[in-house]
Design a protein around this ligand. Structure first.
Ligand code: ZN
Length: 137
């Protein structure tokens, strides 16, 4: 039996309240429910994080996230919806099996994310971009 809690949920060894599943993904209610309608979309085959997804998993997560987000919108009519996904402890990841939060939002709902912009000059942006482009090539 896997030590990974989400692998155990996928396998049905831990109960979950599912809303959708397909070949590569499962969507289920987050037990914490930051706001009503808060859903997690997870890959079925274990991947620690975004870096570990294969092309099919990445595509499936995007497809399922959009589909379930529209259902949450239609079911709960939230004022907004945040998509939250963390990779690594420093980013706030606590379950090391890739998943995306679909979080219905309301004005003053207590959810906060600080966004400490640095606004670097254009030359800095070009330097950062070149480092990434080099890795993509
Ligand atoms: Zn897992």
């Amino acid at each position: 039996m896997s030590d990974c809690v989400f692998c155990r949920i996928v396998a049905g060894q831990i109960p979950s309240t599912r809303v959708f599943e397909d070949e590569d993904t499962v969507a289920f209610m987050d037990i914490g429910q930051v706001n009503p309608g808060h859903v997690l979309v997870a890959v079925k085959r274990h991947a620690d994080n975004l870096y570990a997804l294969d092309e099919a998993q990445a595509a499936a997560v995007a497809r399922t996230s959009a589909r379930v987000a529209r259902a949450i919108r239609d079911a709960f009519a939230p004022a907004g919806l945040s998509v939250y996904q963390a990779n690594g402890k420093a980013a706030g990841q606590t379950v090391f099996h890739y998943h995306v939060h679909l979080l219905p939002r309301h004005e003053a709902d207590g959810m906060e994310l600080t966004w400490p912009v640095k606004n670097p000059p254009r030359e800095k942006l070009e330097g950062y971009a070149e480092k990434i482009r080099t890795q993509l090539a």
